[in-house]
Design a protein around this ligand. Sequence first.
Ligand code: PGA
Length: 263
Amino acid sequence: MNRRKLIVANWKMYLSLHEASLLTNRLDKHVELHHDVEVVLSPNYLCLQPLSQEIDHRKFKLAAQDGYFVDEGAYTGAISFNQMRDLVSYAIIGHSERRRYFNDSLEVVRDKVAAAVRNRITPILCVGETKEERAQKETKQVLHDQIVTALSNLTSDDAENLVLGYEPVWAIGADEPAKPDQIESAISWIRYQVRELYGEKTESSMRLLYGGSDEPEFVKSIMSIDGVDGLLVGRASLNYERFKDIINNAHLVALEEDKGKEA
Ligand code: PGA
């Protein structure tokens, strides 16, 4: 199964509209269009509308960083996926910072995933264990609970298009990413869970990302891991040179894979 590589920039609560627009312009100048790598930018809500008019849509797609699970109503301060449906192709859902600082429970994440799908926005569902959970050998259980709950309202057709990001909480904002063997075993466990839920066809269509301290020099070793299709990039995506190098390195991995298949 040839899944297109996917690189997602999570700009979190950084960048004013002016700065986001400047960074997007720089990326546009320096990033080449690679048909084998899809690039998604996820700025804060305020930037979505202006950036959707500025970007070259062949090169970049937009993602929301969250969204509310009700489509409309008296929910002061909230923004629904329904209101963003013409602006974004993707939405990051269940990021550990949302789970930790905004109390997004397993059920809230499930409802947000369903709301995004209902509004034809592809969820990028983030899952991952904390340092303590890993130390307690609870990683598999945590990933299982997060995945099974979040996907529980989806059909296999919905699930096929979903993107899943493995983001060990302890590797986010850290000095370096998780080790390849740690990523490999988590990714293969996640793929197993999806296969158990939906079967092989859905699992083999679904793209899986790794997130946590991604930098250009780690792209090859991480993206060569079996079952990993791309990266969810935080800090390095705020710098156009580092993010450009990440995209180019992902393209090189895709080229090598293609060569391997021809040989
Ligand atoms: P980081 O963030 O690359 O800065 O570690 C990753 C993320 O939170 O998605």
